[in-house]
Write a protein that binds this ligand. Structure first.
Ligand code: MEV
Length: 332
C-alpha cells in the first residue's frame, strides 16, 4: 500500500527548429538537468493541486479549475485510460524558470501525470506513453497548438530529433568536449500561444515561401547534427546564429534577444539563438569554455547565465510508503 507518489521531470532546450516544428519541420532538442517536482498524496475525494511558488491552490474536478486547467485535463486523460480515479492532493515545486522557453509547463504536466498515475497504479512506475499523452493534453490546453516536442523531451529525456506525428528519434548523448552550452535568461516572460500565433500568421503571409523555409530549417537541423558529431562547433554555432536570424525574420525575437546574440558572438561565442517560443525567454549560446567569462561580462544588465547539462534523464516517479506520508509535500 502506498500513501502517494512523487515524480520529477526535466526542463528542455531546443537547439534548433522551434516554431518550424509546429508546422511539420524538424527540431533538435535536449533535456537539461533542472527539474519540476510533483508530490501527490492520497486524500479525501477531490483533486487539489497547489503550487506555493505560484500562490495557487485549486480543486481541479467538476470544471472548477482556473489556472491549472491543463493539469485537470491531464488527470482526466489518465483516469480515462486507467479506468480508475482517487481523491488526491498534489504539490508542485519547480526550479525551472517560468516563461523562459525551457519547457516549464510541459515538465510540470509530466511530473504531475507521472506522480498521479503512479499513485493510481499502486506505486508502480507508469508507462511513458501514458505520461506523454497526458502531458500533451495539458500542453494543448495551455498553448493551443503544441508540436509535442516539449512534452516528448521531458518525458523521454536525452537528446532528441523530433518531427510532429512522425519522428521521435533518441540520439546518443553529445560527445564530451571543451564547448559549453550556456542559457541566458532575460527574465522577460512571454506567452508561447502568442508567439506561435505570430509566427503562424507570418508563415501564412509568406505563401509559397513557407514550404521552402521549412525545408531550409530541416537542412539546418540535419547539418547541425552532423556538425555536433564532428565536434565542428564553429559550424554548429554559425548554424545556430543563422537560425536566430530566421526566427527574427519571422517576428518572434525582441531587441534584447538580438542584443544577447550579438554580444555573445562578439565576445567569442561560436553562435547563439533564441530558444523556445521567443518574444522574451532565453538565448542558447554555444561557446568555447575559455570564453565563458568574457561572454558573461558582455551580457546586458539583468541577464542571468546558466551552464546547461545536456541529455538529463526523463520523467521518473517513485512511491511514498504509508509510514512516510506525514511528510506531505516532500521533494522528489
Ligand atoms: C516551444 O518550446 C516550442 C515551440 O516550437 C512550440 C511547440 O513546438 O509546441 C515554439
Amino acid at each position: 500500500m502506498v500513501a502517494g507518489c512523487r515524480a520529477r521531470a526535466p526542463a528542455k532546450v531546443i537547439l534548433l527548429g522551434e516554431h518550424w516544428v509546429v508546422h511539420g519541420g524538424l527540431a533538435l532538442a535536449s533535456s537539461i538537468g533542472v527539474y519540476a517536482r510533483v508530490t501527490c498524496i492520497s486524500q479525501g475525494s477531490g483533486l487539489v493541486v497547489e503550487s506555493p511558488s505560484l500562490s495557487v491552490s485549486e480543486e481541479l474536478r467538476g470544471g472548477r479549475c482556473r489556472r491549472l486547467c491543463g493539469l485537470a485535463r491531464a488527470a482526466e486523460y489518465i483516469e480515462e485510460r486507467l479506468g480508475v480515479s482517487t481523491g488526491v492532493r498534489c504539490r508542485i515545486e519547480s526550479d525551472i524558470p517560468l516563461g523562459a522557453g525551457l519547457g516549464s509547463s510541459a515538465a510540470v504536466a509530466a511530473a504531475f501525470a507521472a506522480a498521479y498515475s503512479c499513485l493510481l497504479l499502486g506505486g508502480r512506475q507508469p508507462p511513458r506513453d501514458l505520461v506523454n499523452g497526458a502531458a500533451y493534453e495539458a500542453e494543448k490546453v495551455v498553448h493551443g497548438r503544441p508540436s509535442g516536442v516539449d512534452n516528448t523531451v521531458t518525458v523521454y529525456g536525452g537528446l532528441l530529433l523530433y518531427r510532429r506525428g512522425s519522428l521521435m528519434k533518441p540520439l546518443p548523448p553529445p560527445p564530451v568536449s571543451d564547448a559549453v552550452l550556456l542559457i541566458a535568461l532575460t527574465g522577460v516572460e512571454r506567452s508561447t500561444r502568442v508567439a506561435v500565433e505570430r509566427f503562424t500568421s507570418r508563415l501564412r503571409l509568406l505563401g509559397d515561401q513557407a514550404s521552402r523555409l521549412i525545408e531550409l530549417n530541416d537542412s539546418l537541423v540535419a547539418e547541425a547534427l552532423a556538425a555536433l558529431w564532428r565536434k565542428d562547433y564553429k559550424r554548429l554555432g554559425a548554424l545556430m546564429t543563422l537560425a536566430h536570424g530566421l526566427l527574427n525574420g519571422m517576428g518572434v525575437s525582441i531587441p534584447l534577444l538580438d542584443e544577447i546574440v550579438a554580444s555573445a558572438v562578439a565576445a567569442g561565442a561560436h553562435g547563439a539563438k533564441l530558444t523556445g517560443a521567443g518574444l522574451g525567454g532565453s538565448v542558447v549560446i554555444l561557446a568555447p569554455r575559455d570564453k565563458v567569462d568574457d561572454i558573461r561580462a558582455s551580457m546586458p544588465a539583468g541577464v542571468r547565465l546558466l551552464e546547461a547539462s545536456l541529455a538529463a534523464p526523463g520523467v521518473a516517479a517513485q512511491p511514498i510508503p504509508e509510514a512516510a506520508s506525514g511528510a506531505g509535500g516532500g521533494r522528489g
